[in-house]
Design a binder for this molecule. Structure first.
Ligand code: ADP
Ligand code: ZN
Ligand code: ZN
Length: 743
């Protein structure tokens, strides 16, 4: 490569501005993406440090206008270089442009001002100040006199107290400062999210199994072995305790640790467990932080004032200088895959980052992703197991109810007879019940009973969802209309809602047990800040008997009084057109079942379903992960789905329906030609077709799926498709490697 694209300022705003420099002869083959280099810049030829973000063979402007790179900067590799190299890797492996990747990785805005704390102090000695006090008092300069008196008693005084309580205005302060009588001390304050002091009074002693895992990881780390570990431990087996102890060890070696956790699982309990152990050396990232607070967390990390950063997938980009370990809890969670370009997977990215920084990776889950477990079986990851619950050894008793039989027995209620009986017993005994429904909204879509057509969003090809207040909402674009009185297609007045929502469940529970105290948790009741925590703490403090909710309620909460979990329609998540639907169903059921009987009281789980024989349901009922894994792998092998093969989804999005389709056809042709050149390797191009959401926000969406045996073939193809980005500015090309849902 002869030229390098260089950014000279890595503030958020200037990531787009790259400058091309020539790579001089003696630096050829030495310059790589991410490296800091010395360049001269601008009219005055100022000498600056820039970062290489791309390499090419072609000059972008006239040859003679391109300056040479002066030299490599080799006084240690700064954190930014590592991030840029990681961005480059993400672009190569997950698609998108280098800019998209840089924006993801260098997510800190330089322009966010840190909060400053201003204090007022005397700039003169005490005797001068006393003289001045007398002088001001004599001249009836009351404000000045008041300030001098206060400063003589105690200083420095926070500025807001001076201008507030002491009522000294800014003009007076300015005058005094100019006369050299007082001075303003400016101190930057960091908004921390961690706790105050560590408190080790609640530390648990690891049991034998936990200690064994912990020792293995720590000893291998000490010996310089860097592995990816997969801890497969049933719910409540004490994985978090293992993380805590291992982190403590690695931090003790002067290293820093990133802990990824799904935002929804970042509960008060988790925060407390980490702050009790690590005090103010731990910080938390979550979506409710302001840009400034977020910036402060990253800065604290960069300056070495933190040892541990905890947060959702973006916490991976914490600029730690001495990273030693990355923990990913609930490794199977969908939220670890980004929905924005680049559509990276945090697990894969973490493993690459660990490789770059000589760190180890610890993945943990009660229901590992099929991908991760397959790799662990092959020995690519080190498989560690915790087979028993830490507190009580008994797993809950699980009963599967066939809803077809309930219907045959004329039970039209959404609760089976068995579930009703168990709920009643819990109310009598003063124990708690959780009812879990895999849906949101009051009910599902609304259809006409005469012509059968569902009411659709005019901007997106999905049906609208009926909410409690009798309005219809589009969950993709937010379009909202009142529930029509007549069918928009045939004017029939018979319009009906199908499916069941959490609100309907709540109403039905209240009708069945009027004395019960019922709480509901779903996307609608948790819109407001802290409402999520409020509902959970009310339930934890036994302020309610029954909690009704969506998948939100199944994540990592520990309620000792919950002895019954009812799963109302277990197969709803099976009816989605997505090869991962069985895996998702298994995960949801196993995690939901894991909520029952977490403490001394024994638990019971009732799974209601129309498909009582489906393997994802029967294996989840037994918390039989291996049984599930074997059947699921057989299915994936047969149909060549990941991890057996890899998939690349290519999405073409544009305003003009015809042009978008034609564009997509061109892309498909290129892909098919590429496939022909790959003799002896499996590669298959499916499409182009309309995406199942064929229109979103008035943009048309066309789709191609490419399946191949190896990931490398797909990244090679992605490279070939790159020129399409420039071809038509009206069509957006989006790549998604091993997508999580269906398009
Ligand atoms: P997981 O992360 O696997 O769901 P946790 O680490 O949250 O499990 O542990 C579940 C519960 O058991 C927690 O309340 C935890 O405090 C407790 N626990 C874990 N390990 C031990 C132990 N060795 N001794 C006593 N209690 C433990
Ligand atoms: Zn109709
Ligand atoms: Zn819409």
């Amino acid at each position: 490569m002869l030229y390098a694209d260089i950014i000279v300022d890595i503030s958020h705003e200037s990531l787009d501005k790259t400058y091309q420099y020539k790579i001089p002869e003696h630096l050829q083959n030495k310059v790589r993406v991410g490296m800091p280099v010395e360049v001269t810049f601008g009219m005055g030829n100022r000498c600056l440090t820039g970062y290489v973000v791309g390499l090419s063979d072609e000059p972008k402007i006239e040859e003679y206008r391109i300056k040479d790179i002066k030299d490599l900067v080799d006084k240690g590799v700064p954190i930014e270089s590592r991030m840029i190299a990681l961005a480059h890797w993400m672009k190569e492996n997950f698609g998108g442009t280098m800019n998209d990747a840089l924006r993801t990785v260098l997510s800190v805005k330089k322009s966010v001002k840190p909060v400053e704390k201003k204090q007022i102090a005397l700039a003169v000695d005490r005797s001068t100040a006393e003289e001045l006090l007398k002088k001001f008092a004599k001249k009836h300069n009351v404000a000045r006199a008041r300030l001098m008196k206060e400063l003589l008693t105690y200083q420095p005084i926070p500025k807001e107290l001076v201008t507030g309580k002491l009522n000294v205005n800014a003009a007076t302060l300015k005058a005094l400062e100019e006369q050299g009588i007082i001075t303003t001390i400016v101190e930057e304050v960091y908004r921390t999210t961690g706790g105050k002091n560590n408190d080790n009074s609640t530390r648990v002693v690891l049991n034998k199994n936990q200690q064994k895992l912990c020792n293995q990881i720590c000893e291998e780390y000490k010996a310089g072995k860097r592995n990816t570990y997969l801890i497969h431990g049933v719910t409540g087996s004490g994985k978090t305790e293992v993380y805590l102890q291992t982190i403590e060890y690695i931090v003790g070696l002067g290293k820093q640790v990133i802990v990824l956790i799904p935002e929804i699982a970042l509960t008060y309990q988790t925060v407390r467990r980490f702050t009790e152990r690590f005090g103010s050396r731990v910080a938390f990232l979550h979506s409710k932080l302001s840009a400034g607070e977020r910036y402060d967390q990253y800065r604290l990390a960069k300056e070495g004032k933190l040892d541990i950063m905890i947060g959702p997938r973006s916490a991976l980009f914490t600029p730690f200088e001495h990273l030693g370990c990355i923990v990913i809890d609930e490794e199977h969670e969908n939220s670890y895959k980004s929905e924005q370009v680049p559509k990276y997977h945090a697990r894969e990215t973490a493993i690459e980052l660990a490789r770059m920084t000589d760190s180890c990776v610890i993945l943990g889950s009660a229901t590992p992703s099929v991908e991760a477990y397959e790799r662990a079986e092959r020995g690519e990851y080190v498989l560690l197991e915790l087979k028993e619950r830490a507190k009580n050894a008994t797993l809950p008793e699980v009963e599967i109810i066939d809803l077809k039989e309930e219907m045959a027995a004329k039970n039209r209620s959404m609760f089976s007879r068995a579930l009703q009986k168990e709920m009643e017993e819990r109310l009598v005994r003063g124990e708690q019940t959780m009812l879990f429904l895999n849906r949101r909204g009051y009910s599902g879509s609304v259809s006409c009973r005469s012509c059968g057509k569902p009411i659709m969003c005019p901007h997106c090809s999905v049906s609208l969802t009926l909410h409690y207040d009798q309005t219809l909402h589009c969950h993709y674009c937010g379009h909202t209309i009142p529930l029509p009185e007549k069918c928009p297609e045939c004017a029939s007045p018979y319009i009906a809602a199908f499916g069941t929502g959490t609100q309907k469940v709540e109403e039905a529970v209240k009708k069945l047990f009027p004395q019960a105290r019922v709480l509901r948790m779903d996307a609608d009741t948790t819109k407001e800040k802290e409402s999520y925590e409020k509902i959970l703490s009310t339930f934890a403090n036994e302020g309610a008997d029954i909690l009704v909710g969506t998948q939100m309620i199944v994540k990592g909460h520990d309620f000792p009084k919950v002895t019954l979990v009812g799963i109302l329609a277990a197969d709803l998540s099976l009816n989605v057109s997505d090869y991962r639907s069985a895996e998702r169903t298994f995960q949801l059921l196993a995690q939901a079942a894991g909520r029952a009987g977490r403490d001394e009281l024994p638990g019971k789980v009732i799974i209601q379903t129309y498909q009582p024989k489906h393997y994802s349901i029967t294996t989840a009922a037994k918390e039989d992960y291996i049984g599930f894994f074997r059947q699921e792998m057989a299915f994936r092998k047969m149909l060549k789905y990941p991890p057996q093969a890899h998939i690349l989804a290519v999405l073409c999005i544009g305003r003009d329906e015809d042009k978008t389709r034609q564009f997509c056809e061109h892309v498909a042709t290129t892909a098919k030609e590429f496939a022909k050149t790959k003799k002896g390797e499996y590669i298959s191009v499916i499409g182009p077709t309309k995406a199942s959401i064929a229109k979103s926000n008035d943009f048309y969406r066309n789709l191609i799926y490419i399946k191949a045996d190896t990931y490398g073939i797909l990244t090679e193809l992605a490279e070939k498709l790159e020129p399409f980005r420039e071809q038509d500015k009206n069509v957006i090309l989006q790549l998604d490697f091993d997508p999580m849902g269906s398009y």
